[in-house]
Design a protein around this ligand. Structure first.
Ligand code: GLN
Length: 492
């Protein structure tokens, strides 16, 4: 029998429809892969096998009755930032301890309504703060990719490192993820997977642990562009419980994938040619331009003049919002409590013990930039910069339909290589944060390998709510580049 774990989401969907195998068989194959691989890779912080098998059984019944949903019987991994009813949700922070939500996030509820199966909760950087998954309270995730001829451990990117590694290592068919400054696209690029960050407002944020509410957006990490189309269709919805979710039509993304890019106007921003970019990333960018051109797109040089201010402004706005969002973790309502001599002392003891170093750094920065006297100089200024960045894109849309850039300046790096220097780590987001600042959709598609045999991604940025065009252009890149699977399953 074929190895069911290797299937893409769409292949598994077709296989189930054909009755080639059952949802239970498929789920069991993936649970076995998790059992074999999770100790080495640390993708799952909580596998939920009983839950998965019960859902798969129910799926098999519905399939038998001819009552299958869009994702019926398809086993997924869920980032531990999504609240799952009755199932421990921690954002990979000690402060949430054994928190079991009494509600289901809207995104995951949509997935279960469509028949999907939950294999477990996936590792991530604590409260989604990081680019390497090294800040998780459950320890780092290991990238299934290694440099040629080396057994050194590489990071899977972050914050959705559990999601990207699990998809790349075939420990789920697809995963949910979230992206505040790059956390879907950067880990996708570092693991040879597809990462789609939708337009702000496309997916409901209700029930997703908040990091920076004006930037956070849920999206999928998948093996193929087609799978991203399938996942997004179900994850997206208008939700009255999230006032920032938008009542926009959710098209059938899969149906238009084959339409190609003939006549599509692709912008290439000169400001993204930065000094720190690896030769490989810039060569791949040229290659991507050539692929799109060959497929009938037209290429246009554009300027996004405020790009260089995006990263510094992001690292004011995101911590500011985080410091406010994380104020709720005080030992009273959720998770752990470290009793002190009085109430204030209890707050302090709990937060000191519960938060990791990166989270504390963000809370300190955020509190500082919001404090009286500094608010105008930092926070307000950063908000103005944000408007300018959005304005750059608004101007670009007169000339082009999508923008093409590398996803990251370089491929996956080793453990500890950047974690000692926050600024080095923050530079990982240099090509991705602009998209969150402007609220736009962005997709990372695997496009090639570095000299050391590790994956690199290309990013496409689109107009608000035009994910369909991004997926279509992403499909063109995937068709040209081929797919990138981990050469060797060293973890089994
Ligand atoms: N790496 C960025 C940060 O640490 C983005 C994280 C994210 O998108 N959640 O803030």
């Amino acid at each position: 029998m074929t190895d069911l774990t290797k299937l893409t989401l769409s292949e598994a969907r077709d296989g189930l429809a054909n009755k080639d195998f059952s949802a239970t068989e498929l789920t069991k194959a993936l649970l076995k892969a998790i059992e074999a691989g999770n100790e080495d890779l640390n993708c799952y912080v909580l596998p939920t096998p009983d839950h998965a098998l019960a859902q798969a059984k129910a799926s098999d019944k519905r399939i038998k009755k001819g009552d299958a949903g869009e994702l019926e019987g398809l086993p997924l991994g869920i980032k531990d930032l999504f609240c799952t009813e009755g199932v421990r949700t921690t954002a990979c922070s000690n402060i949430l301890d054994d928190f079991k939500p009494r509600y289901e996030s809207t995104v995951t509820a949509n997935l279960w309504d469509a028949g999907a199966v939950m294999l477990g909760k996936l590792n991530n950087d604590e409260f989604a703060m990081g680019s390497s998954n090294e800040t998780s309270a459950f320890g780092p995730v290991v990238n299934p990719w290694r440099r040629e001829g080396s057994t050194d451990k590489l990071v899977p990117g972050g914050s959705s490192g559990g999601s990207s590694a699990a998809v790349a290592a075939d420990l789920c068919l697809a995963a949910t993820a979230t992206d505040t400054g790059g956390s879907i696209r950067q880990p996708a690029a570092l693991t040879g997977t597809v990462g789609m960050k939708p337009t702000y407002g496309r997916c409901s944020r209700w029930g997703t642990v908040a990091f920076a509410s004006s930037l956070d957006q849920a999206g999928p990490i998948t093996k193929t562009v087609r799978d991203a189309a399938l996942m997004l269709k179900v994850m997206a919805s208008h939700d009255p419980k999230d006032s920032t979710s938008v009542d926009a039509d959710v098209p059938d993304y899969e149906a238009t994938l084959k339409d190609g890019v003939k006549g599509l106007r692709v912008g290439v921003p000169k400001e993204y040619r930065i000094d720190g970019m690896s030769k490989e990333a810039s060569a791949l960018w040229e290659q991507g331009i050539a692929w799109l051109k060959d497929a009938g797109a037209t290429i246009h040089d554009i300027s996004l003049p405020h790009t260089k201010y995006a990263l510094p402004a992001y690292y004011i706005i995101a911590p500011a919002e985080a410091s406010s969002n994380l104020a709720r973790y005080d030992g009273v309502r959720y998770g752990m409590r470290k009793p002190g001599k009085d109430l204030i002392d209890t707050y302090e003891e709990t937060r000191e013990a519960g938060f990791g170093a990166e989270v504390k750094r963000r809370v300190l920065i955020g509190t500082y930039v919001l404090s009286a006297g500094y608010y105008d100089a930092y926070y307000l200024k950063a908000q103005k910069v944000r408007t300018l960045i959005k304005g750059d894109f608004d101007t670009a849309w007169d000339k082009v339909d999508v923008v093409l850039t590398p996803t990251t300046p370089s491929p996956a790096f080793a453990f500890g290589e950047k974690s000692g220097d926050p600024l080095q780590m923050y530079l990982e987001d240099i090509f991705t944060v602009t998209v969150n600042m402007a609220g736009l959709p962005g997709i990372s598609v695997p496009a090639g390998l570095s000299g050391q045999g590790t994956p690199l991604g290309l990013q496409l940025i689109g107009k608000p709510f035009d994910e369909a065009t991004l997926l279509r252009a992403g499909q063109t890149i995937e068709d040209a580049a081929g797919r990138f699977s981990v050469p060797k399953r060293w973890w089994v």
